[in-house]
Design a protein around this ligand. Sequence first.
Ligand SMILES: Nc1ncnc2c1ncn2[C@@H]1O[C@H](COP(=O)(O)OP(=O)(O)OP(=O)(O)O)[C@@H](O)[C@H]1O
Ligand SMILES: [Mg+2]
Length: 242
Amino acid sequence: MYVRFDNLGHSFSEDVKVLNNINLEIDASSMAIIGPSGGGKSTLLRVLGGMIYPSEGAFYFDDKKIDFRKNPEWHKKIGFVFQSNGLFPHLTGSQNITMPLTEVFGYSLADAKEMAFELLERFGLEQDGCKFPHQLSGGQQQRIAIARAVASKPKILLLDEPTSALDPEFTSEVLDMVDELRTDGLKIIVVTHHMGFARLSCDKAMFLYGGNVMEVGDSKDFFTSPKNPELQSFLDKILEWN
Ligand SMILES: Nc1ncnc2c1ncn2[C@@H]1O[C@H](COP(=O)(O)OP(=O)(O)OP(=O)(O)O)[C@@H](O)[C@H]1O
Ligand SMILES: [Mg+2]
């Protein structure tokens, strides 16, 4: 995927700029966004996912200007996974997957059930489809949330810290699933604090600090020889106990 930010800026209030007029072009199959709390990572991801309209500028995927207001159909092309799974608590795992397929994407219930079953089976969740979210582990819930996000075959999957609400034992099963989807060719942009995942599974990485993209590049160089001093100290801090 080729992503271009053209003077992309966002403010929630007049005096504070959360995204500071980003100008950038990046060609990546999968990209990690890292950076300290409050740096604007979720805001940027929400702009890309059409949940926030940027107050300035624009962005492009594969040279197409993405304007969710002019073309709401873009919402259907982008899958989004939140930090806490956002599953509907009153629906089973399987119904969580079929509901958007029938209500938003117009599939018949029979087709939607078939699609949900295939996904659940593929990711070892067949036993979990009939359970409600509160009957599932955090890792199972998050994998169902990812299955729901990819069921409609989006062009791009956006994930905002998909493992940060999980116990460490469930983290790798979720990251494995994301990595498998990436290997299959799904384009992925993920906000993560998992530097190992960012380095190994994402070909590009971006450091967002105070609303500015301070560094962006190939993951292997980005993590081994960061140039920006803020990125260096951020990585030192994060990796101190790893
Ligand atoms: N809906 C909102 N209204 C007002 N300010 C907001 C809103 N959402 C975020 N902000 C502010 O924008 C800034 C960036 O927030 P954002 O959530 O994008 O950061 P982040 O990098 O995702 O941080 P974290 O790592 O803690 O998730 C913060 O100062 C935050 O307080
Ligand atoms: Mg965030």
